[in-house]
Design a protein around this ligand. Structure first.
Ligand code: FES
Length: 159
C-alpha cells in the first residue's frame, strides 16, 4: 500500500505530493510456536502494520538461506525468520540450525551489499502474541527507514 501525502516545499511553501514507502515484509514462521504467536496476536486483536505476509513452515530449521535471498530478489523489502525459543524446538535442534544458517546468511548479504537490518531472526512462543505484533511493527519501521530493497525488480510495485 502506498499513501500519498503532502509536504510543504521548503523554498516557496507550496504543497508537494510525495509517496510514502510501504515495505513488503516476508515472515517465515514455524508451525508450533511463532505461527501460533502470530495467531494469538490476531485473536487478541493486537494492532500491527499490514505489511507482513506469513509463510508457515514446520520448523525454522527448514528455512534455507536461499529462500531469503530469493524473497529479496523477488521483491521483499525485509525478511523475518521466526521460530521457537532455544530449547523449545519441536524437532529439538531445528532452531539452532536456523541460527547457524542465519549467521551464514548475514555474511552472504554483507558480501552482496544488502543492509543487514533487512533480515532478522526472532524467537516467538505460542503465548507471545504481543511480542509478535511488536516485532512486525519494529521491522516495518526499520525497513521503512532503509527504503526500498535495491534488488527489487522494477515490475514489483509497492503494496
Ligand atoms: S518447531 Fe519451532 S523452531 Fe523448530
Amino acid at each position: 500500500m502506498t499513501e500519498s501525502e503532502s509536504v510543504a516545499n521548503a523554498e516557496d511553501g507550496t504543497k508537494i505530493e510525495t509517496t510514502a514507502f510501504d515495505p513488503r515484509i516476508l515472515v517465515f514462521t514455524c508451525n508450533w510456536c511463532s505461527y501460533a504467536g502470530a495467531d494469538l496476536a490476531g485473536t487478541s486483536r493486537l494492532q500491527h502494520p499490514p505489511n507482513a505476509r506469513l509463510v508457515r513452515t514446520m520448523c525454522s530449521g527448514r528455512i534455507d538461506p536461499v529462500f531469503v535471498l530469493e524473497a529479496l530478489r523477488d521483491g521483499a523489502d525485509g525478511v523475518i525468520i521466526t521460530g521457537c525459543h532455544p530449547g523449545d524446538c519441536h524437532y529439538v535442534k531445528g532452531n539452532f540450525r536456523a541460527e547457524k544458517r542465519f549467521n551464514f546468511l548475514k555474511m552472504a548479504l554483507k558480501q552482496l551489499g544488502v543492509e543487514e537490518d533487512r533480515v532478522r531472526l526472532a524467537w516467538v512462543s505460542a503465548g507471545e502474541g504481543e511480542k509478535f505484533s511488536l516485532l512486525i511493527k519494529d521491522m516495518t519501521d526499520k525497513v521503512r527507514e532503509l527504503g526500498p530493497n535495491p534488488f527489487k525488480p522494477a515490475s514489483v510495485k509497492s503494496i
